[in-house]
Design a protein around this ligand. Structure first.
Ligand code: GRF
Length: 217
């Protein structure tokens, strides 16, 4: 069984989208994969309750309990390692991970970012997209490296920015696409259709097309 560990900090809607897809498509029996744990760096993350509701291990490693980023990461590494995960999925996990952590799971960590990378790395992506006057916003799933929002791109969805948008309306529209491309990307990675090789995301044309969305949903 391929084991997936999800890291969150908040509401956990991307986690839920992936878990719902896994249940709908019966990943356990069809591709031999399951989410085995959800870990939050914040004790009040709503996603932890949601994970419990699915019968999934829900744990907290509170970053505030540690003096240094390295000490937090050491504990996080220990907790994650208990599960021997094949894939670690960052889903709204709001802590920067250092090279010391990331390198120990090279090619096994995915993140979703609410912008069309390499544009708008970092925070406040929707407001910055509106301020820049772009017509297309979107979301990107990528492998995690020590470079913030900088690892190889796996999947993207392009979403129109409408004149009436504020950051909340745009965020809601982008989020619907996040849920779709993240579940598909996780599946493509655990089944080996997407691989991390020489710092690139390697896949065939059919997979790339399946992982690319644009337009309105
Ligand atoms: C998403 O917009 C994701 O792109 C960003 O944080 C948000 C998390 O939302 N990294 P949720 O916790 O999955 O609902």
């Amino acid at each position: 069984m391929k084991k997936i560990v999800v890291l969150i900090s908040g509401r956990g809607s991307n986690f839920v989208a992936i878990e719902e897809c896994a249940l709908r498509e019966d990943w356990e029996h069809t591709i031999g994969a399951k989410i085995v744990a959800v870990i939050s760096n914040r004790p009040d993350a709503k996603g932890l309750e949601l994970a419990k509701g699915y019968g999934i291990d829900a744990l907290c490693v509170d970053h505030k309990a540690f003096e240094t980023r390295e000490a937090f990461e050491e504990k996080l590494y220990e907790v994650i390692s208990q599960y021997s995960p094949d894939l670690i999925v960052l889903a709204g996990f709001m802590r920067i991970l250092t090279a010391g952590f990331v390198d120990r799971f090279e090619g096994k960590i995915l993140n979703i970012h609410p912008a069309l990378l390499p544009s708008f790395k970092g925070l406040d992506t929707h407001q910055r997209a509106i301020d820049a006057g772009v017509r297309m916003a979107g979301t990107t799933v990528h492998f995690v490296t020590a470079a913030l929002d900088g690892g190889a791109i796996i999947a993207q969805a392009a979403v129109p920015v409408l004149p009436s948008d504020d950051e909340h309306r745009l965020a809601d529209r982008v989020l619907r696409y996040e849920h779709q491309i993240y579940a598909r990307s996780v599946k493509a990675c655990v089944t080996g259709r997407v691989r991390y090789e020489n710092e690139r995301a390697v896949m065939d044309d059919a997979t790339a097309l399946e992982l690319t969305l644009f337009g309105q949903v």
